[in-house]
Design a binder for this molecule. Structure first.
Ligand code: ARG
Length: 470
């Protein structure tokens, strides 16, 4: 019989004759990935112990010993000298078993607590920190976009629909579209944070405890408090408290949408950096070469960001699928949540950081942009608006300009090289002032609506974001 003999496995003492079979232990361990919750597990345990002292379960010297023991363990983990034991299954049992070996009062720590509410509190503490870090990084990416926009504030490029040239826009306007998307991502993350920020400790395994635990005190110690009122926030149903992973799904969903935004930005960057567009150049440090083709300089950071969105989206699907068939309450299936959660946070945070760094090291080829933006067809809609201003119904103006474009195409001339006689041959409404339509500078000044890519408006929006981002 291939039994391991973890004599000190906390949860099995008493009921079981021996440890689990070696392959069961290997199959069910989570220490290989949940070790990274150690700081949050220690923090949760110290808060729980402090509360146990407050209600008389621990003496002051026992609490002191527990705190001292955990401080020691924390120092060892940080130094890399702590020996994690796979036979102790997870981070919770590793830390508690080691504490109890050093401090006898450690055996009292699990009073009124289960790993079910313990793991729930750990991941909430962990995710709260991650969201705060991500928030800072997202603001950093917004700053990188605004920086690139500011450095190239006068550059105009074609705006595209269906990836066909549509109308001229400031390069800055295009970048600010992503700043807006990221602002919504930040809002969603902050909203998610408020539901992560609720303390489940005291839910026990499923049904709370018969002991007079002070849940509000624990919540306060762990800063699970309302940011406005400072009041502790604790889960209101013990069964929900141990089995709720909605907050993870919300994070994974917000992260998936963020990843989709980053993927779209990557796609734009990949197009812009291609020889066909040639709008931007990425510094060597943020590109890679080809092992075969000596001339190649590839935008791998953007490609990988686009590619990694797949796994972030997949993680959301995994989490939803993980939860959908679970009866109440805690089921061991839930252990599968952590790798998906960790991977999601690690991936989006890395993508956000790398994207910001890449944009900080990107320059714009103003000449290539100007050449593309000089295409007079981009102003075909302006030409229709010109006729509208002269009283023509838009549908008719659309038709007339279509005929003008066809004439230009047929005669092999750019739209702005047609003569007044050509224009008037199509429709008599055209007058000598029609040439003004094709002055790009004037065209950009004409776009004055809020949110439009006009000269004054883009300047205003850039200033607004600079102020918001500090
Ligand atoms: N490692 C477990 C998890 O991640 C901790 C909770 C285990 N609880 C239990 N009753 N076996 O979900």
């Amino acid at each position: 019989m291939a039994h391991s003999s973890p004599s000190s496995v906390v949860s099995r003492s008493g009921r079981f004759a021996g440890g689990p079979a070696a392959d069961v232990a290997a199959f069910s361990e989570s220490i290989s990935f949940d070790w990274r919750l150690w700081r949050h597990d220690l923090r949760g345990s110290v808060a729980h112990a402090t509360m146990l002292w407050k209600i008389g379960v621990l003496t002051a010297s026992e609490l002191k010993a527990i705190k001292g023991g955990f401080a020691e363990i924390g120092t060892e983990i940080e130094a890399g000298t702590f020996a994690w034991k796979p036979e102790l299954e997870d981070v919770h049992m590793n830390l508690e078993a080691e504490l109890t070996k050093r401090v006898p009062a450690g055996a009292k720590l699990h009073t009124g607590r289960s790993r079910n509410d313990q793991v729930a509190v750990d991941v909430r503490l962990w995710l709260r920190d991650e969201i705060e870090e991500l928030d800072t990084e997202l603001h950093g990416l917004q700053r990188a976009l605004v920086g690139l926009a500011t450095r190239n504030a006068t550059v105009v490029i074609p705006g595209y629909t269906h990836l066909q040239r549509a109308q001229p826009v400031y390069f800055a306007h295009h970048l600010l579209a992503y700043v807006e998307m990221l602002a919504r991502d930040i809002e969603r993350m902050e909203d998610c944070w408020s539901r992560v920020n609720v303390c489940p400790l005291g839910s026990g395994a499923i049904a709370g405890s018969t002991l007079p635990l002070d849940r509000e005190l624990v919540a306060t110690l762990l800063e699970f408090t309302d940011p406005k009122t400072g009041k502790p926030r604790v889960t209101q149903n013990s069964m929900d408290g141990v089995s709720d992973r909605d907050f993870m799904v919300e994070f994974a969903a917000s992260a998936a949408l963020l990843a989709v935004h980053l993927s779209r930005l990557s796609e734009d960057v990949i197009l812009w950096v291609s020889s066909e567009f040639g709008f931007i150049k990425i510094a060597d440090a943020y590109t890679t070469g080809s092992s075969l083709m000596p001339q190649k300089k590839n935008p791998d950071v953007a490609e990988l960001t686009r590619g990694k969105s797949a796994r972030v989206i997949g993680n959301l699907m995994s989490l939803l699928t993980l939860l959908k068939g679970l009866p109440m309450t805690y089921n061991r299936d839930l252990q599968e949540d952590k790798e998906r959660l960790f991977d999601t946070a690690d991936t989006v945070r890395a993508c956000v950081r790398l994207m910001a760094a890449m944009l900080d090291n990107t320059t714009v080829n103003a000449a290539a942009c100007a050449a593309a933006a000089a295409d007079p067809l981009l102003l075909a809609t302006d030409l229709a608006d010109y006729l509208v201003k002269k009283g023509m119904p838009f549908r008719q103006a659309h038709h007339v300009v279509g005929a003008v474009v066809a004439l230009a195409e047929k005669s092999g001339r750019p739209l702005d090289r047609l003569t007044l006689a050509d224009f008037q041959g199509v429709d008599a409404t055209f007058a000598a002032d029609v040439t003004g339509v094709f002055d790009l500078k004037q065209a950009m000044a004409r776009r004055q609506l809020t949110g439009a890519p006009g000269t004054a408006e883009v300047k205003k929006q850039l200033a607004r974001w600079k102020k918001l981002l500090g």
